[in-house]
Design a protein. Structure first.
Length: 264
C-alpha cells in the first residue's frame, strides 16, 4: 500500500538532544560519511529501506534532518517490506510516517515465511530473506524512478560482515558506504557507515523513534550473532580494537598479502 501524509516540516533537534554528546558525535560522523563518500547530490530520489529497527529509522531521521541544512534538494520515500512475521511493525511504521507527513510505501510479502519453510532447501533463511528483499527494493526503485536506496548498515555491521565473509566465504570484503549497481542506474548508500551500534541505539531513544522488535524466528540465532559475540569478547580485551579494525578496512597493504599466490 502506498500512503501519503500532509506536508510537515523536518523535525528539529532541540533541548536535551541538541546538547547530547551522542547527537553531536553521530551528526558529525554522518556528515563525514555523506561528504567523504559523496552520498547525496542535487536532485537525488532516495528510497529509504525501513525495517522498524533503530538503524533504518535513524537513517530516515538524518536524511530528513539534513534536508534543512544541505545546499542541495533531494526527495525521500520510506519503504517497508513486511516479511510476514507480524509483530506490529507495519502498524507502528504506518502511524509514525503518517504523523510525520511522509509519503511512503508499505508492502506485505511472504519472504520470511518462505525462507523458513520446507520450500527453502539448504539455504540460510537470512540469505534467502536478504536476497529476496534486496531484489524487491531494486524492482521498486526502478518502478518508482528512484536512483538511490539508503540502507541502515552501521560500522559494527561492516566489521561483522568482514569477519563473516572472511570466515565462511574465504574472501576479504564487506559493506561499503556507497555502492553503484546496474552500471550506476541505482546506488546504495549507507549514511550510518561510520557510526557504531551503541551510539545509534542511545540516540534513537533520545529522539523517541518508534523502534519495534524483530519478530523473525531466526533473530539471535544467526552466524552474525555468533561473530558479534566473538567480537565483543575481542573488544573487551582491547578497547581500541573496534576503531583499529575500522581503520584497517581502509588501510590495505597489498605488498604484505599473498595476492598473487592463492591457496588451492
Amino acid at each position: 500500500a502506498v500512503g501519503a501524509g500532509s506536508a510537515a516540516e523536518v523535525p528539529q533537534v532541540t533541548g536535551k538532544t541538541e546538547k547530547s554528546s551522542y547527537f553531536l558525535r553521530v551528526n558529525r560522523l554522518v556528515g563525514k560519511a555523506i561528504h567523504g563518500y559523496g552520498l547525496l547530490h542535487q536532485g537525488d530520489r532516495i528510497m529509504v529501506a525501513l525495517s522498524g529497527g533503530s538503524d533504518s529509522l535513524l537513517t530516515l531521521w538524518f536524511l530528513r534532518n539534513w534536508l534543512k541544512k544541505a545546499p542541495i534538494s533531494y526527495e525521500i520515500l520510506p519503504v517497508h517490506l513486511d516479511m510476514g512475521f507480524g509483530g506490529g511493525t507495519v502498524e507502528t511504521l504506518w502511524r509514525y510516517l503518517s504523523e510525520n507527513g511522509l509519503s511512503y510505501h508499505i508492502e506485505e510479502t511472504g519472504f520470511g515465511i518462505y525462507a523458513h519453510s520446507p520450500g527453502n532447501r539448504g539455504k540460510s533463511p537470512c540469505f534467502i530473506c536478504s536476497m529476496l528483499r534486496r531484489k524487491r527494493l531494486f524492482e521498486l526503485a526502478a518502478r518508482f524512478g528512484y536512483n538511490k536506496i539508503a540502507l541502515g548498515h552501521n560500522l559494527d555491521d561492516m566489521i561483522e560482515t568482514f569477519f563473516i565473509n572472511l570466515s565462511f566465504i574465504g574472501e576479504m570484503s564487506t559493506h561499503v558506504p556507497r555502492q553503484e549497481m546496474f552500471g550506476g542506474l541505482i546506488t546504495i548508500i549507507r549514511p550510518l557507515a561510520l557510526v557504531n551500534k551503541g551510539q545509534i541505539e542511545r540516540l534513537s531513544r533520545e529522539l523517541g523513534l518508534p523502534i519495534t522488535k524483530n519478530a523473525c524466528p531466526s533473530s539471535g540465532r544467526t552466524r552474525r550473532e555468533e561473530i558479534k559475540g566473538l567480537l565483543e569478547n575481542f573488544y573487551r580485551l582491547n578497547r581500541h580494537a573496534r576503531g583499529n579494525i575500522a581503520k584497517a578496512l581502509t588501510r590495505i597493504r597489498p605488498e604484505y598479502l599473498p595476492l598473487l599466490s592463492p591457496l588451492p
